[in-house]
Design a protein around this ligand. Structure first.
Ligand SMILES: NC(=O)c1ccc[n+]([C@@H]2O[C@H](COP(=O)([O-])OP(=O)(O)OC[C@H]3O[C@@H](n4cnc5c(N)ncnc54)[C@H](O)[C@@H]3O)[C@@H](O)[C@H]2O)c1
Length: 345
């Protein structure tokens, strides 16, 4: 296929490398001079993925050039950027071009990205979601994802044509659920990082936090329109697992910093990359409230982000609050995690 990738950060670069290797014609657009110059002079994106060959990539800083011949226009920018960017993109798009969103996050005013895209563009649109950590995808490690669209034929065509030897795309039948999971999983990853940051060495503890998050997501997301079946797909459990446990996961890393006592401001300042889990925690809470739903789980994470709960107190609440039968047995974090509590005295 003829593919234009808009945004050559970690993920845009990784899928460009993957689809170039599979023989597709790929153009990439960036606003960053240093990325453009690096690709032009070395054939690699030294700012984001410095070891990956982008041989054959038509790199440009001109959006019109980038999408001129494309059948598929991939949005590989942070979700909040895409919302403002759609207005700039619209005049350059042709009707038949498919817009494939790979960002994982909510749009402005708490809306799903698919809603934001449908409000701004009339093009056929789809999302691609799954456990696709960028450096691994770029290196050709076997990866899976689903492509979902409100128009099933669009998802079918993309999944068939964009699957490669190492990247298996299947068609998802629940675009809303896939998108909701792609947002919620960043929150779960953030909480799992807390366990790493506390230095308790606790895979068991991480599993408890992972479970608490999955339990809350499987309770809340169907009430927001997700199919319960989407949990057991690459967009659900697959993506949650990789995001919450991979050393590369930036939301898990941010949680790790919060767990080690850093403030949200300093944790965010220390990474050049966007951590969508913070925004997701805030916006999912609003989204739930707007639908008349409440979530103690999201309240607790937001309290942590606001500095109103310590990491240990947050963990105590997350692991207890979603386990109704354990309420009577609930123990204080200092007792349950003595090493953790000691570290923070
Ligand atoms: N990194 C991953 O493993 C991964 C995997 C799947 C999906 N995603 C999703 O892909 C999206 C991009 O993530 P990433 O990892 O590439 O992020 P990144 O921070 O590595 O790169 C962001 C890209 O957006 C560009 N950008 C930022 N602000 C811009 C603006 N105002 N105008 C134009 N370009 C702008 C940057 O130049 C950069 O190319 C995110 O929504 C993320 O959730 C990431």
């Amino acid at each position: 296929m003829n593919i234009a990738i808009l945004g050559l950060g970690n993920f845009g670069t990784a899928i460009a490398a993957c689809w170039l290797r599979a023989g597709h014609d790929v153009a990439g657009w960036t606003v960053e001079d240093e990325v453009f110059e690096s690709i032009e002079s070395t054939g690699m994106n030294q700012k984001y993925l410095d070891h990956v060959s982008l041989d054959g990539l038509a790199c440009t800083m001109d959006i019109e050039n980038a999408i001129a011949d494309a059948e598929v226009v991939v949005l590989a920018l942070p979700s909040h950027v895409i919302c403002n960017f759609l207005g700039d993109l619209k005049p350059h798009l042709r009707e038949a071009q498919v817009v494939l969103n790979v960002s994982k996050g909510l749009g402005t005013r708490d809306r799903l990205m698919s809603d934001v895209i449908a409000e701004n563009l009339t093009n056929p649109a789809a999302i691609m979601v799954g456990p696709t950590i960028a450096p691994e995808l770029a290196d050709g490690v076997f990866s899976t994802a689903i492509v979902a669209s409100r128009e099933a034929s669009v998802a079918d065509r993309l999944a068939q044509n964009l699957t490669t030897d190492t990247f298996l795309l299947s068609v998802g039948v629940d675009p809303r659920g896939a998108e909701l999971w792609s947002v919620f999983k960043n929150v779960i990853a953030l909480t799992c990082g807390l366990s790493d940051g506390l230095g308790a060495g606790g895979d068991n503890l991480k599993a408890a936090l992972f479970l608490a998050g999955c339990r809350e997501a499987t309770r809340l997301l169907p009430q927001l329109g997700a199919s319960p079946d989407t949990f057991l797909t690459p967009a659900g459990l697959g993506d949650v697992f990789v995001t919450a446990t991979s050393a590369h996961g930036r939301n898990r890393s941010l949680g790790e910093q919060l767990g080690s006592g850093a403030s949200l401001a300093s944790a965010e300042a220390s990474s050049a990359m966007v951590t969508e889990g913070v925004r997701a925690s805030r916006l999912l809470k609003k989204l739930a409230w707007a639908d008349g739903l409440s979530s103690v789980y999201l309240d607790d994470i937001n309290a942590l982000l606001d500095g109103a709960l310590t990491a240990t107190a947050c963990i105590e609440r997350l692991t207890a609050a979603t386990e109704p039968k354990s309420v009577g047995l609930r123990v204080r974090a200092e007792t349950a995690f003595p090493r953790v509590a000691n570290l923070h005295r």
